[in-house]
Design a protein around this ligand. Structure first.
Ligand code: 1PR
Length: 583
């Protein structure tokens, strides 16, 4: 599920902090503020007779910015549901579920919207549920429960079982198997779409008539339902690239055939992801640029010592989306110095990118508690919330997660107060990535250190056969007394949903990923690991997927310098028998 923000989001266009007031339009043709924000006096006008208007049920517990962006991108206006009557009068209702099953049902029941939804569905009015918006249609869920759902479809929503080593949450691009001929899913049989969830609806004889597609992850689960005008999908069409937008379009304008979905080899399972990463910071002129370091040194080696400038963040992110990146990550690499909420250009970059990039966006840098110059305290949760509100689907925590893991390993107690714990509790662990910045330390024997070592593939400078990977903070500036292995296991326990595993030694070197490190960490946790640092050729990607349990591979320099196109990486992986999403 995509993350719910805290505090709940304001009606569309309105932002919770002053930062948002500085927002400027990212592109021409974007709906005006007047269009976006509804005048309360106009709420008595219930019917949305405008064929270009879609009603959106944002019950206030979730961040539905990506859904809004996708709807607007397709040329539709949004009418927000304010009351149960708005549901009943909708011509076309989109219900993007976010947050936990129980709290969503609480809000829907308390506001009378649960009954209105049941009635709307009973009348067979056009409905599209997304993710939790599919699960809530079922009888009940195991999530913090059992908790009763809307009871439209027979069945109990269950949690994926990680006891046999299945990586949970189920994050990534998985193949759809279509079971029913529906207009919504026409042309997308065997395509990958983007999922992020820990709970699923199992197919059964009782709900067989509802199922329009299934997907396989550990076991078969319902990826979409369709009955009359009632449709719902477990995946995120708003984050599923061209395939997702075409699905959305077919719902929003049923007479259209939707954007053309390119045909390709049939997908069959969870794809390995290829991620483009943009390290972002201000250069010496104060412009926010994409930069790229060698072993984290981003300054030119010429006499000028300028911060390397590899392009504009929004332009590059949009290009990588078009080129087929499965995700785009922004790392605000000097976020540890400055207060991220003071970094209005970075938030604006995120807002603009999220209007153009319809695959998941991760942002990291500077997520921690902070007291500003005037003495006002901001919790890390507030910082993360602003990132989510500005368009992030996931946030990534670096330095602060190291401190949290150290404290946890020392005391053995989860205080619940670290940024990692607080953010994953509110937003769900699938929305929290921990970025690890380790440096290789060679040793002659594993007994020399208390940390997990590996027998290295290439011996150290003094013939050392072993190494441990020491974690750092503040962009590699300070080393800490904790290894990458220990950190990975601790942050999984504290609530991380994914690990971004960098390696300072390999960063920018183009000599390949550190297979020893990635194998050690990806074998140590049951959450997805993103291999990062060192990609220099397409073969490096197939090597990391063949030799480790990494779920994704991330690169920066080779994409920025246009040395290796994303499509070449995907084609090579496909030829090597690694399943990837082709668009
Ligand atoms: O500590 O919570 O403020 O987060 C800071 C974030 O910024 C962390 O995720 C940290 O990894 C990142 N960061 C800090 N300093 C740097 C730097 O480069 N000076 N960048 C930095 C990390 C590593 C990867 C890079 C890969 C692939 N960059 O993001 O993109 O190594 O590069 P390659 O394909 O060119 O080899 P906090």
């Amino acid at each position: 599920m995509l993350p719910p923000p805290q505090p709940p989001p304001q009606p569309q266009g309105a932002m919770a902090t002053g930062a948002a007031n500085h927002a400027v339009p990212c592109s021409a043709g974007r709906p005006t503020k007047r269009n976006q924000r509804r005048n309360p006096a106009s709420l008595s006008v219930r019917a949305s007779s405008d064929a270009n208007t879609v009603t959106l049920l944002d019950y206030g517990a979730g961040n539905v910015r990506s859904v809004r962006n996708a709807i607007r991108h397709l040329g539709f206006n949004i009418r927000d549901v304010r009351s149960p009557e708005d549901i009943l009068s909708a011509d076309r209702l989109v219900f993007p579920g976010v947050g936990a099953f129980g709290s969503a049902m609480d809000v829907l029941t308390r506001t009378g919207m649960a009954d209105a939804l049941r009635e709307y569905i009973r009348r067979d009015r056009p409905f599209l549920g997304i993710c939790l918006g599919l699960q809530l249609l079922f009888d009940s869920s195991e999530e913090n429960g059992p908790v009763s759902g809307l009871g439209v479809i027979p069945g109990v929503v269950r949690r994926f079982d990680s006891s046999e080593g299945l990586i949970v949450p189920h994050i990534g691009w998985n193949a759809l198997q279509i079971n029913k001929d529906t207009q919504l899913l026409q042309g997308v049989d065997g395509h990958h779409v983007y999922f992020v969830h820990s709970y699923y609806a199992p197919p059964s004889d009782a709900n067989r008539d509802w199922i329009s597609s299934t997907c396989n992850y550990g076991q078969s689960f319902i990826s979409s339902i369709s009955m009359g005008n009632i449709q719902a999908v477990q995946f995120h069409p708003e984050k599923s690239g061209a395939t997702g937008l075409s699905i959305f379009e077919k719902f929003l304008s049923p007479n259209s055939s939707g954007a053309k979905v390119p045909s390709h080899k049939k997908a069959s399972k969870l794809a390995k992801r290829v991620i483009a990463c943009l390290d972002v910071r201000s250069n010496d002129n104060g412009d926010l640029v994409v930069t790229k370091g060698d072993q984290y040194d981003v300054r030119d080696h010429s006499s000028s010592k300028e911060v390397r400038n590899l392009g504009k963040p929004v332009e590059l992110a949009s290009q990588y989306y078009i080129d087929g990146a499965d995700e785009v990550s922004f790392l605000n690499i000097t976020g540890f110095r400055a207060f991220p909420l003071g970094d209005l250009p970075m938030l604006e970059v995120l807002r603009c990118a999220s209007e153009k990039v319809f695959v998941p966006l991760t942002v990291g840098g500077g997520i921690r508690d902070f007291t500003d110059a005037s003495g006002r305290y901001y919790s890390s949760l507030e910082v993360a919330s602003e990132y989510f509100r500005s368009g992030a689907d996931k946030i990534s925590i670096g330095s602060d997660a190291v401190f949290a893991a150290e404290a946890y390993l020392q005391s053995g107690v989860k205080t619940g107060k670290s940024s990692l714990e607080q953010i994953s509790r509110v937003y769900g662990n699938q929305a929290v990535v921990v970025s690890i910045d380790p440096r290789r330390v060679y040793v002659k024997s594993p007994d020399e250190v208390q940390f997990k070592t590996v027998k290295v593939s290439n011996k150290g400078p003094l013939g050392e056969e072993y190494a441990w990977y020491q974690c750092t903070v503040s962009g590699g500036r300070d080393s800490r007394p904790i290894g990458a292995y220990e950190l990975a296991q601790a942050v999984e326990e504290l609530g991380a949903g994914e690990i971004l595993l960098n390696c300072i030694d390999c960063d920018g070197q183009g000599c390949g990923f550190d297979i020893d490190l990635i194998k050690m960490v990806s074998d140590a946790v049951t959450i997805p690991v993103i291999a990062s640092s060192g990609a220099g050729s397409v073969e490096h990607f197939s090597e990391v997927f063949e030799k480790t349990n990494a779920s994704a591979a991330l690169a920066a320099g080779i994409f920025h310098r246009k040395e290796v196109p994303i499509l070449s990486v995907k084609e090579h992986l496909e030829d090597a028998g690694v399943e990837v999403r082709m668009q």
